[in-house]
Unconditional design. Structure first.
Length: 334
């Protein structure tokens, strides 16, 4: 595994070209996007895409997102481009939005978990866009971590999680958004929200003129998912996560005393902890949903690295703006 450090705003073309060469040769390249670091492979090379599944330990029923440099790149992978796709792309690309659309025949089934639709996104990070343009091919890129574990927001997180399973890492600094993209399915009669993110339902509705439907249950645990991030337990640290409401702080302190006597406990808190006992490593979190999302995975990595066996997480408000964050911490606690 090699690591190349690049400017997050003006990446060196020679270094980007080196990473692009690895992708064209069927290798794996981890690179920064504005959401999290992705583990990239040539999206139209089935063998290269299969290397992603092997490196992550990811089950074949979980599809991947194809990253492209612009809307034209997305249309080249899809058989339909409805008006809703055009409006969403104009409003939010480049950015943390993934669209699911009917796929063309040349898109390999391994990329889409055998489903007839492909997930596509135009990332907003200058390094990601430079890499996509230099490689001149769509890049499959789930989060660069082991399956169900914490997503990486820095190159160091990638190194810790994957090590020599990746051929090259482009270190472009910390991700600015911090959680994975919002995913909207446009294959049905009405748009469907498959995965919430920092792009809110309200923002989508302003463009669509309609509120996206919630995703239906995928059924069996091994049933193909229409989008990434839809398994029950996901985005999880090594530590056990306990969620609590601010009003239940005393009850959580009692549980901490009762069940975690010998465990090192951390906490992600929106308000000061005033109960006893207290977690050993309390981390204050921002009360703004975008700032919280940017900090979330880094904070959980920090507590994992400190050896915490338990992490207490105070639930943020149950409002649309917090939907993406609440989804991640709920799945981490299962």
């Amino acid at each position: 595994m090699r690591l190349l450090t690049v400017s997050p705003s003006t990446p060196d073309p020679a270094l980007v070209a080196e990473a692009a060469h690895v992708l064209r040769a069927g290798g794996l390249v981890a690179f920064p996007t504005e959401t999290v670091y992705g583990l990239g492979a040539h999206a139209l090379d089935a063998a290269a895409v299969q290397r992603i599944f092997a490196a992550k330990g990811r089950p074949s029923f979980n599809p991947l997102i194809a990253h492209v440099p612009d809307a034209a790149g997305a249309r080249a992978l899809t058989t339909a481009w409805p008006d809703a796709a055009a409006r969403l792309a104009r409003a939010f690309w480049p950015g943390p939005l993934t669209l699911v659309l009917p796929k063309r025949a040349h898109v390999p089934d391994v990329l889409t978990a055998g489903l007839p639709a492909v997930a596509v996104r135009v990332p907003a990070h200058p390094v990601a866009l430079a890499l996509l343009r230099a490689a001149a091919l769509p890049v499959a890129a789930p989060s660069a971590n082991r399956f169900t574990e914490l997503s990486p927001t820095t190159a160091q997180h990638v190194q810790k999680a994957l090590g020599d399973r990746v051929d090259l890492i482009l270190d472009g600094g910390a991700a600015s958004v911090g959680i994975e993209s919002t995913v909207v399915d446009l294959t049905g009669a009405r748009p469907t929200l498959l995965r919430p993110g920092t792009l809110s339902v309200a923002a989508l509705a302003e463009v669509l003129g309609d509120v996206p439907l919630p995703a239906p249950s995928p059924g069996r645990e091994d049933a193909p998912r229409p989008a990434p991030g839809m398994v029950e337990r996901h985005y999880a640290p090594r530590a056990t996560v306990w969620l609590f409401d601010a009003s239940a702080r005393d009850a959580m302190a009692a549980r901490l005393a009762r069940e975690a006597v010998d465990a090192r406990a951390g906490a992600l808190l929106l308000s000061p902890w005033d109960a006893r006992p207290a977690p050993a490593l309390p981390l204050p979190m921002p009360d703004d949903p975008a700032a919280y999302a940017q900090r979330l995975y880094a904070a959980l990595h920090q507590l994992d690295d400190a050896g915490c066996a338990v992490v207490l997480v105070e639930r943020p408000p149950d409002t649309p703006a917090w939907q993406g964050v609440r989804d991640r911490i709920e799945r981490a606690s299962r």
